[in-house]
Design a protein around this ligand. Structure first.
Ligand code: NAP
Length: 327
């Protein structure tokens, strides 16, 4: 097994591998189990020890956790102590009010279900998946604290929270003796919200880390869409990446970034991953992959020299916030 660098999550005592692997897309019942198993085991072989899941991931909902549970039992059980497993709750998985939101009922019910699906007694990180302004933040924070006190989670996180609510819940959790470990926002060259809304600075001030998701903008920050949409690519068959975002403006910007990457002797994907990890507030880049080759390629992002100030300026010029994304 190789090792990747580990990075400290905020002011906690926990290190996460520089890359984390997520099971959002292509880890439901719609893809072959053997391929999914190979990718997950390969990620671990490469030194990725943090696996990110959610009750919602599939299709159908809960399928990705059941899949990971099978692999955990069959292949990774002896390594449980070396793994960081995370799950999330609160993003709707059904019409019932107990299958969504930030209530105690919803969060703790989902966590119990996830533990059964994953076949583990505890997860390392339990997240509230998305901000719910209709539930008192004290109730949500209380449910996260209970998860830790009940021994079902070691640490807690939030995802998709705006900066102010993240700061507020960090205060509530700190007061209850269960500090917020991490926030999981979307962050990439094409999605600058954590820079624009002050989240990066708030993370440093409050002492939580950032596990940033979709650092490749779901594949838009690779060279795969520069000449059309290849067969089997996510933009061909996902509700979350529609082909219409791959337009001339996108191509022009991605091509300029690709050229800059080539001049550095790397690929656009490697440049994009290195770019999110340049910030010390970012604990880990949370990636997906549909093949082991993508993983091999992507982890090599760490082998290149740091981006210079001049290169960062060029990236800002072509990496326009919102490109290819529905914000
Ligand atoms: N908290 C939240 O609300 C939230 C939301 C979204 C995601 N997430 C988490 O973040 C994880 C990662 O999200 P993501 O999958 O969008 O991340 P991403 O790393 O931006 O995109 C990964 C996808 O890009 C393509 N790709 C990767 N490497 C490539 C390469 N070298 N060349 C060409 N194509 C390449 C693959 O798609 P194809 O090959 O299939 O085209 C791959 O599945 C998720 O699994 C989930 O755990 C969390």
């Amino acid at each position: 097994m190789s090792t990747l660098p580990y990075r400290r999550a905020g002011r906690s005592g926990l290190d996460l591998s520089a890359f984390s692997f997520g099971l959002w897309q292509k880890f439901g019942t719609d893809y072959p189990f053997q391929t999914q198993r190979e990718i997950i085991l390969h990620a671990f072989e490469l030194g990725i020890t943090h696996f990110d899941n959610a009750d919602r991931y599939g299709p159908p909902h809960r399928a990705a956790q059941k899949l990971f549970g099978r692999i955990l039992q069959r292949d990774l059980a002896a390594h449980r102590d070396e793994l960081i497993l995370s799950t999330k709750a609160g993003n709707p998985i059904g019409a019932s009010p107990y299958l969504q939101g930030g209530s105690r009922k919803s969060l703790l019910g989902s966590l119990d279900h996830s533990l059964r699906d994953l076949g583990t007694d505890y997860v390392d990180i339990f997240y509230h998946h998305r901000q719910d302004d209709s539930t008192p933040l004290e109730e949500t924070a209380g449910a996260l604290v209970s998860a830790v006190q009940q021994g079902k989670a070691l640490y807690v996180g939030v995802s998709n929270y705006d900066t102010e609510r993240a700061h507020e819940i960090a205060g509530l959790l700190r007061g209850a003796g269960v500090p917020l470990l991490v926030h999981q926002p979307r962050y990439s060259i094409f999605d600058r919200r954590p820079e624009l809304n002050g989240l990066l600075e708030q993370a440093a001030a409050d002492g939580f880390g950032l596990v940033v998701y979709s650092p490749l903008a779901q594949g838009l920050l690779t060279d795969k869409y520069l000449d059309g949409i290849p067969a089997g690519a996510r933009a061909q068959n996902s509700a979350f990446l529609k082909p219409d975002v791959i337009d001339d403006t996108y191509r022009q910007r991605a091509t300029a970034l690709d050229k800059l990457a080539s001049e550095r002797g790397q690929s656009l994907a490697q440049l994009a991953l290195q770019w999110v990890l340049r910030r010390p507030e970012v604990t880990s880049a949370l990636i997906g992959a549909s093949s082991t080759a993508q993983l091999d390629h992507n982890v090599q992002a760490l082998d290149f020299p740091e981006l210079t100030a001049e290169e960062l300026t060029l990236i800002d010029e072509h990496g326009v916030h919102g490109t290819g994304l529905r914000l």
